[in-house]
Design a binder for this molecule. Structure first.
Ligand SMILES: Cc1ncc(COP(=O)(O)O)c(C=O)c1O
Length: 358
């Protein structure tokens, strides 16, 4: 018998979520963000299923090359641009677009021998204070890029810090700052991540850059995926590998800090932090056993979790266990574990087999 932990990946749900992007931002082109192995979902399979995306956004050359070598000929954007001079030849050979967010990258491009046209996305820092040129630096950056003959076209982009919070006026301030910059610098623009796509229509511009919503998790703080009509793409599951009778007062798991409040069945499921299930998920975090919620009991181990089966006395070895996805929103598990859906997806381990459903 093989280890039963599996991530089912529902490609129809992905396509549904992509349609939600198109409905929300019908006049924009879509750069699907598929970095970090498509948020843990499998970059090639996800790219294949997103046949209507106009571009793909990735974090590094390795991800871009994997896509090109698999035959994808669409626009691919390196969201952090180039890391060193040695990358220039590969960026050109694989016909990649680059984000330019720092003067050191302009220097690399000025010194590098560019033989083919290069599409640049100039990143403007409108308040995230992470990457990008400040508004006052944009004119100089553009002028320097214009001096590089191979740079064919410059698009302007920015990234939001608080777009998940619809009650914050920070996004509007960032938008205003960006509008002021782009008024002086014509060309295509891109601002919106998933939260922008669904929550801030005034930010859509020529290109939107959805990530998390494609995978069916909510990008907005106060709205569930269900309310936003997003469908979970990943359902992480495993099976019970033991069901043991414990006595009132027995202590379960590492640290012996979870105490059975009564005589009860404790289930053991084959998944743990070595698979990417969050170690910080506390006792009480919900898990589905045969479709019914039961709470986690005790600490998460590397390959196993223990479950309080007192509400499910009939649960048996072999029963299906769902950790998140269909029937159990990933956001709920993430909140319990003090993290976000993005991190749970990205941490999904390599030993968890992904099963793709068309
Ligand atoms: C530059 C950029 N654009 C868009 C996204 C997509 O964001 P989200 O997954 O919140 O839609 C990311 C993700 O981190 C990003 O770094």
């Amino acid at each position: 018998m093989t280890r039963p932990s599996r991530a089912g990946i529902d490609l129809q749900a992905l396509q549904h979520n992509f349609i939600r992007v198109r409905q929300a931002a019908p006049h924009s082109r879509t750069m699907a963000i598929i970095k970090a192995n498509a948020y843990g979902h499998g970059i090639l399979e996800i790219a294949r299923a997103l046949s209507n995306a106009s571009a793909f956004g990735v974090a590094c050359l390795e991800e871009a090359i994997e896509l090109r070598e698999a035959g994808f000929d669409r626009c691919i954007v390196l969201l952090e641009g180039l890391f060193d001079a040695a990358e220039i030849a590969l960026i050109q050979a694989f016909r990649l677009d680059v984000v330019v967010h720092h003067r050191s990258q302009i220097e690399l491009l000025e010194r590098g021998r560019l033989r083919r046209p290069l599409q640049v996305w100039l990143k403007v820092d409108t308040g995230m204070n992470r990457l990008g040129f400040l508004p006052a630096e944009v004119a100089n950056a553009r002028a320097r890029l214009a001096g590089i003959p191979a740079v064919s076209c410059v698009r302007l982009m920015t990234h939001f810090a608080c777009a998940d919070d619809l009650s914050s006026d920070y996004t509007r301030k960032q938008l205003q700052t960006f509008d002021d910059v782009t008024a002086e610098h014509p060309g295509e623009r891109s601002l919106a991540n998933s939260a922008g796509v669904l929550g801030w229509p005034e930010t859509h511009a020529e290109w939107v850059r959805p990530g998390i919503m494609l995978y069916g998790a909510s990008p907005l703080l106060d709205k569930s995926a269900l309310e936003l009509d997003l469908r979970p793409v990943m359902t992480l599951g495993t099976r019970l590998i033991a069901v043991n009778r414990r006595r009132c007062g027995d202590r379960v798991g590492y640290g012996s800090d979870w105490v059975c409040p009564a005589d009860m069945n404790i289930g053991v499921a084959a998944i743990g932090y070595g698979d990417g299930y969050p170690r910080h998920a506390p006792g009480g975090t919900p898990v589905l056993v045969d479709g019914r919620r039961v709470p986690l009991a005790g600490r998460v181990s590397m390959d196993m979790i223990c479950l309080d089966l007192s509400s499910q006395p009939g649960a048996q070895v072999g029963d299906e266990v769902i950790l998140w996805g269909e029937g159990l929103p990933v956001e709920e598990v993430a909140a319990r574990a003090g993290t976000i859906s993005y991190e749970l997806f990205c941490n999904l381990g390599r030993r968890v087999q992904r099963d793709y459903r068309e």
